[in-house]
Design a binder for this molecule. Structure first.
Ligand SMILES: [Zn+2]
Length: 396
């Protein structure tokens, strides 16, 4: 009897293996029953016509219902032929099925041999290969990958946070990535902004990011917004996107983006970094607090150094940017538990994560119960955030 640790070669030496072409002949002649022992989400992705789905974990319980006659010829397959070998072994040695074979190389070899596989709709052959490590996850599957390909995500800033975030979102197959940045690639960026490189110093960051993304994943459409977000353009820019990644390097932009995204009810995944510390949270308007519930007023300018002036550990920027990308993936695919109402703090020197609960502020001027209704005519009007930022903060 096989144990969980027994080498697969040893198990395979005890059972009959059959190549895909011979297996198909037997099945087509009606001599054999073809059983797919993979999981339902793998079946959804692709399966062989005429096969019967019987996931490995339910074989012992359901095999009698599928094949009441123990002398019946059974041909088992999985993805590459290992799980089906184990099941074939168990059927023979433990359940008394005499005539069992496992398809060498599984459905992958079946497909390679050109024997015909029913593929999930919506993904091309290249996409099925590229995203197979996503679609193998039951929580994502083909359906989740299609949602990612459909998603439109805007990155505010292609810097320390936006660069790693954009790169991984592109790899993950987020179909549309908008990037807002009016900066040029500078040598001092390269210590952390991994989407840029030494040959692109002096190039607009949006263009450099687009070139890297296009080289990585042709599925992704990059929309360059070579500008700074301001009160006059913010609504127009964010309107077409589903999710926003806030990697802004200044407070006026963060407040402006918050206020505009609450008005348009767009989720914002916000992170900030300084020296060895980072923080990240997900703001979904009216489901949890907004940025202003958390920080009612910006800090005075002397307390808010920008990354240009202050130091930041490059790797730490990557960690925080990828936590943002992870939040985006979850929101877009509709899986997991987003960081709504939670502020995650990361101390990279101590390697410590701390989570703080944050609640909606009922008195928040933007999303609170008494926040003023914005008439249609005023919806695109925002205060002058540059001046507002420089003002004296009010304690609350
Ligand atoms: Zn609020």
């Amino acid at each position: 009897m096989a144990t969980a640790t027994e080498p697969i070669e040893q198990i395979k030496s005890r059972i009959e293996e059959i190549d895909p072409a011979s297996a198909r002949e037997e099945v087509e002649r009606g001599d054999a029953l073809l059983i797919d022992v993979r999981e339902p989400h793998e079946w959804d992705e692709s399966h062989i016509e005429g096969a019967k789905l019987l996931p490995q974990g339910s074989v012992a319980e359901r095999i009698e219902e599928v094949a009441p006659d123990r002398a019946r010829r059974l041909v088992l397959h999985c993805r590459v032929g290992n799980r089906s070998a184990r099941v074939a072994d168990a059927l023979k040695s433990e359940l008394g099925y005499e005539n069992v074979a496992s398809v060498t190389g599984g459905i992958e070899a079946w497909r390679e041999a050109g024997l015909g596989v029913i593929e999930a709709e919506g993904l091309s052959r290249e996409q099925r290969m590229r995203y197979s490590r996503h679609t193998l996850l039951p929580e994502v599957g083909v359906e989740g990958q299609l949602k990612l390909l459909d998603a439109k995500v805007l990155l505010v800033g292609a810097g320390g946070l936006g660069a790693p975030s954009a790169f991984y979102l592109a790899a993950a197959g987020v179909g549309t990535l908008g990037i807002v940045d009016d900066d040029l690639v500078d040598e001092s960026n390269l210590q952390r902004q991994v989407i840029h490189n030494a040959q692109r110093v002096g190039m607009p960051k949006t263009e450099s990011a687009r070139l890297s993304i296009e080289a990585l994943n042709p599925d992704v459409e990059v929309v360059e917004h070579r500008t700074r977000l301001d009160a006059g353009n913010v609504l127009e820019i964010i309107r077409d996107y589903d999710i926003i990644v806030d990697g802004a390097d200044n407070f006026p932009t963060r407040y402006l983006l918050n206020d505009a995204s609450v008005r348009l009810r767009k989720p914002v995944v916000s992170a900030s970094i300084l020296a060895f510390d980072g923080q990240v949270s997900t703001f979904v308007p009216f489901e949890g607090p907004c940025y202003r519930c958390l920080y009612p007023v910006p800090p005075p300018p002397e307390m808010a150094p920008s990354c240009g002036a202050a130091g930041v550990l490059g790797v730490m920027a990557g960690v925080m940017g990828l936590l943002q990308a992870n939040e985006v993936i979850k929101l877009a695919a509709g899986i997991g538990e987003p960081l709504i109402g939670r502020l995650l703090l990361y101390d990279s020197l101590g390697t410590r994560f701390t989570e703080l609960r944050v609640n909606r502020d009922p008195d928040c001027p933007i999303c609170g119960d008494h926040a003023p209704e914005i008439p249609e005519s005023e919806i695109g009007k925002f205060p002058d955030y540059e001046a507002f930022c420089a003002g004296t903060p009010v304690a609350r």
